[in-house]
Structures are given as C-alpha cells and as structure tokens.
Design a protein around this ligand. Structure first.
Ligand code: ADP
Ligand code: UVW
Ligand code: MG
Length: 400
C-alpha cells in the first residue's frame, strides 16, 4: 500500500487529503482557512478520529504549505515523507496548453508560471505548493490537475467573446472557466443518483463557495460556464464582483486615479458580498446580518441569489432544458437558506424543492419535490478524490 496526497490551494484556503491507494481510503485530511488574514485557522483530522485544531496567522500560501508539511510529521500522520509516493496539485489555470492533467517537470512548472496572469489569485500560490512539495518529497510522482481542463473543449460559440477574433488567435483571449474538477465530479455523481448515463443528461452544476461558478453540462461535457478569462467573471462571490461592464475599469481609473491593475485587484478582493455589504465576505455573516435587518447585507444577499437564478435561466435556455441542478461547495453544501432562496419561484421552469429534505448540510441528497420536472440535488464535492484518481491514470499511462 502506498499513500497519495491531493493538495488543493484555493484563493484563501489550503485543503489536503491523504489517501491510502489503491483503496482510496482517506487517512488524513485538513483545511487551513483565512490565509492572508490577521488570524488563520487550521483543522486536521487523522488517525482514528483524532483532531488537531489551531488558530494562528498564515501570511501567505507558502506559510500554509510549510505548516502542512510540518504537521504531517509532527502529528505522526507519516513517519517519513517517503511514505507518500505521489502528490497531485490543483492548479486553476491551464490556459490553451493543458487540456489534461500533467506529470510535473521543469517544463510544466515553467508553463504554469507563464500562465499566472490567467489566474492571479491562484496559480502563483499553487506554484509555491508544487515547489515546496518537490523539495520535501523529491522522489514522489507529482502531477498538476487543472481547473480549466474540463472546459477546454467547450463549444467555440460559448468559449469565445464577441471581440476581435485576433485577440483570441494571438493572445488566447477566451473563456477558460474554473472549478472543472469539481463540476466533473458532481456531474458523475449526479448521473449515479439519477441512475442514467451521464452522456444522456443536461445538468446545471452550481459550485458556490468563496469562489463560485456555474456550469452547463451537456452529454457529460462542459457546454458553458460562468467564469471567464479569469475566475473573476460570472456570479457574485465572497470578494469577487462577477460580471461587470468592462468600461467601468476606465471610468473608475479616471475618477480615482487608480491604475487598471489596482481596480482589477479591487474587483477580486473588495467586491462581491464584502463590497456590497461593507461587512463580511462570509455568507454566514451576511445571512445573520440580513436576518437582523441590515439593509446592505440584505441587498448583498438579493444580488447574490439573483445572479445565480439568472445563470440557471440562461443555461436552461441554452441547453433546451435541464434534467437536474446540483448544489455544491461551501455555500451550496451548507446553506439551506441560500438553496431555498435560489430555487424559490422556479416552478415555472420545473424546479421545486421539498423544504424538509432541504434541511441538511454536507450530505448527498435529492432535494426535489415529488412533482418537480427538474431534479435538485445536493452533492458534496470531492476535488481531492478526482486528483488522486488522475494520479493513478497518469501513472498507468506513463507505464504503457
Ligand atoms: N453554513 C454555512 N452557511 C453559509 N455559507 C457557508 C456555510 N459554511 C461555509 N460557508 C461558506 O463557504 C465558503 C467557503 O467555501 P469553499 O468551497 O470551501 O471555498 P473555496 O474553496 O472557494 O475557498 C465560505 O466563504 C463560507 O461563507
Ligand atoms: C477558481 C476559484 O475561484 O477557486 P476557489 O473557489 O478555490 O477560490
Ligand atoms: Mg474551492
């Protein structure tokens, strides 16, 4: 038996799962949250029900990675790094280059480095993880699994913007999307739950966490997705604006004297739920405050829900219908109130949930009302499992 680790760096989190392979049994897992904020939080589960929890600041992803590597030994999860024979890293942007997961070598690292502009909040942090693990585990089989791969062959009709064609040809200006590993996983699970071949289904997968994206999946393939050239586009997120008129950048530049790079940074870090509510990026805080009558929190919630509804409507129209919508990621998995608000008044489109079944979190469940024409499913995502499965696949491909 050997161990494989999946390392998943998000915009403000670092998640990992250590698997015994090939059994796919999880032997340790953890999350480091609020990286870059004043106080961070680390939670690791391991052994038979042991838990390690700690509050401390993590200045950046480098600090979080170091902490993870140290804790693997300190908590006795492994006696030596040699026990971990394979590592899979989540990388958000693979550009036009990486249409599938890749075995990491110097050339791949160089390519990921050159793609940093395509996911400025993610790729640089993920490279830090790749390099740190390479140093600590020099003999491990290491791969990169790209969020964008699932969307790489999206129909051109949806991947291209209505902009001068040569921007696409010369510079690769197109929609790349993100969260593909998650959309791919929940789509496969949805097919199992519905007991139908994935190839026969039209699905709308709602990955709503701190970063959030919605994908239209037709015949098992990404047909359209809400994130764009970078993960800034689409629906309202914790701190990201989602879709805005690009003219705003020049307008705000003129008004404030900020550079376009600073404004894009504001759209990434100071917008979304945080920007509108002027309170918090965290949906739990927004729901609490809205409940207590805070008007800006209520407005942030209304805008958030509205944008999700807008994309559901658009994707039902684009695919000529849908068999199911799927809720996943931090908000989608844990917030019954948000799931209710999103699906309220959608009977016209055939979407209707059973309010009692909806009272749950973090479990796989069909939430549909008996007379719903479009099923509503709750499916906790598992990007890490997809990552270690790709390790096995690439190992076999390399051996052949
Ligand atoms: N019970 C809950 N109700 C509402 N939102 C929640 C709940 N639990 C977690 N969240 C939200 O989930 C988000 C984190 O989701 P996650 O998918 O882990 O994010 P990411 O991978 O983008 O860092 C947080 O911003 C938090 O607001
Ligand atoms: C692409 C993206 O937004 O990722 P995350 O949700 O992990 O920040
Ligand atoms: Mg995530």
């Amino acid at each position: 038996m050997s161990k494989s680790i999946a390392v998943n760096a998000g915009s403000s989190t670092l998640k990992f799962k250590l698997f015994d392979m090939p059994s796919e049994e999880v032997v340790a897992e953890g999350t480091i949250e609020r990286i870059g904020e004043k106080m961070g939080h680390a939670k690791i589960k391991y052994g038979d029900g042991q838990k390690h929890e700690e509050e401390q600041p993590f200045v950046d992803h480098g600090a979080a990675i170091k902490y993870l590597l140290d804790q693997l030994i300190a908590l006795g999860i492994v006696k030596s790094y040699d026990e971990i024979t394979a590592v899979g890293h989540r990388v958000v942007a693979g550009g036009e280059y990486f249409k599938d997961s890749a075995v990491i070598n110097d050339d791949v690292i160089e390519k990921i480095n050159s793609l940093a502009e395509y996911a400025p909040l993610h790729d640089p942090a993920e490279l830090v993880g790749i390099k740190a693990f390479r140093k600590a585990l020099p003999n491990a089989f290491a791969i990169a699994v790209f969020d964008t791969s699932f969307h790489a062959n999206m129909p051109k009709m949806n991947a291209l913007y209505s902009i001068p064609y040569e921007w696409y040809e010369k510079y690769g200006a197109r929609k790349y999307g993100a969260h593909g590993t998650s959309h791919r996983y929940v789509a496969a699970q949805a097919a199992k739950m519905l007991n139908k071949p994935l190839e026969d289904l039209k699905l709308i997968t709602l990955h709503i966490g701190a970063g959030a994206s919605i994908t239209a999946i037709k015949n098992g393939k990404s047909f359209d997705t809400s994130m764009g050239f970078t993960p800034l586009a689409g629906i309202t997120m914790a701190t990201r604006s989602g879709d805005v008129d690009p003219s705003l950048v020049a307008f705000v530049e003129e008004k404030t004297g900020k550079t376009s790079a600073e404004i894009i940074d504001d759209l990434n870090h100071k917008s979304g739920l945080l920007g509108i509510s002027e309170l918090s990026p965290d949906m739990r805080d927004i729901l609490d405050a809205a409940d207590k009558g805070n008007e800006k929190a209520q407005l942030a919630l209304d805008i958030y829900v509205n944008r999700i509804k807008r994309y559901i409507g658009a994707y039902i129209a684009e695919m000529d219908g849908a068999d199911a919508i799927v809720f996943t990621a931090g908000v989608g998995e844990n917030s019954a109130p948000v799931r209710k608000l999103v699906t309220d008044n959608m009977d016209y489109l055939g979407i209707k949930i059973d309010q009692e079944k909806n009272q749950c979190h973090g479990v796989q469940r069909d939430l549909s009302a008996p007379d719903a024409k479009v099923k509503t499913l709750l499916i906790p995502t598992n990007e890490e499992l997809m990552i270690v499965r790709d390790i096995e696949r690439l190992k076999k491909e390399q051996a052949n």
